[in-house]
Ligand binder design. Structure first.
Ligand code: DAK
Length: 257
């Protein structure tokens, strides 16, 4: 697939996908989302890549779904476009994905960042769900993920007023892992990606899967799910290698098996 709206840079063992529609603040049109999903799925099955970053540019991570593309749509158009399948496929990516956010992360842009596993922000990042201002409401997880991240009261205010949250407040509220000056946020996201990429890939994937399950399962069911993934890793070569390396006081050599 030829990419028109994203760029992919591999710095093995990490890869960075840059959303690339700067003239419209990276508004997420159908084509961009298709390219993003295609690229993420390719990277998910690429053994040389262990961690992925999604980023935008300094001014915008993404200012939401492309309003011009949706403006004339009716319910049947929205249903038949089936654009939710792209979002569902992003949710199924097994490798860790870091959002490196600067500038606007609004509507679908905020929802995309929240679908990532870790959010690193620049000091200029602004998060919001402004759909209320254009006559709708969040549709790609905003009411659920924002509420889980920042709590009911902050999420309710943001979603009902369409107001934006600064990077600093997002970090205080638990929506953002860390905030850096704008010249450093992408490099810091890469540093974190390289650290995660240096860990045993199978354990990383199963740990990610287990953490995500905590959003869906009761504590009892989540603990059982975690236990099964934990047991499963004892049939991996990396478990033998990791524990042997510890005993032999040397660095482990991961195989991802
Ligand atoms: N869509 C299309 N174009 C956009 C855009 C957007 N979301 N956001 C900005 N642009 C375009 C502007 O139209 C302008 O284009 P030109 O007029 O130059 O051609 C250019 O980007 C620069 O924007 P501004 O001139 O407005 O720049 P400012 O710095 O003055 O303002 C702003 C920046 C971010 C405050 C403003 O652009 C703004 O309010 N943008 C809209 C933000 C917004 O309402 N976002 C939510 C969109 S609704 C779904 C899943 C998800 C969704 C929908 C369906 N399914 C699975 C079915 C999500 C919905 C949304 O995200």
């Amino acid at each position: 697939m030829e990419f028109e709206n994203i760029t992919l840079t591999k710095e093995i063992p990490i890869a960075t996908i840059q959303l690339n529609r700067p003239d419209v603040l990276n508004a997420l049109n159908h084509r961009l989302l298709s390219e993003l999903v295609f690229c993420l799925e390719q990277l998910d099955s690429d053994d040389s890549v262990n961690c992925v970053i999604i980023t935008g540019n300094e001014k915008a991570f993404a200012a939401g779904a492309d309003i011009k593309e949706m403006a004339e749509a009716d319910t049947i158009d929205m249903l038949s476009r089936d654009s939710f399948s792209a979002w569902d496929r992003i949710r199924r990516i097994k490798k860790p994905v870091i959002a490196a956010v600067s500038g606007f992360a609004l509507g679908g842009g905020c929802e995309l960042a929240m679908m990532c596993d870790i959010i690193i922000a620049s000091e200029t990042a602004k998060f919001g769900q402004p759909e209320i201002n254009i006559g709708v409401m969040p549709g790609a997880g905003g009411t659920q993920r924002l509420t889980r991240a920042v709590g009911k009261y902050r999420a309710m205010e943001m979603i009902l007023t369409g107001g934006m949250m600064s990077a600093g407040d997002a970090a205080k509220s638990g929506l953002v892992n860390r905030v850096f000056p704008v010249e450093l946020y992408l490099e810091e996201a890469k540093r974190l990606a390289r650290l995660i990429a240096s860990k045993p890939p199978l354990a990383v994937k199963l740990a990610k899967e287990s953490v995500l399950k905590s959003e869906e399962l009761s504590l009892k069911d989540g603990l059982e799910f975690e236990r099964k993934n934990f047991y499963m890793l004892f049939s991996s070569e990396d478990q033998k290698e990791g524990m042997k390396a510890f005993v032999e006081k040397r660095d482990p050599r991961w195989k991802g098996k």
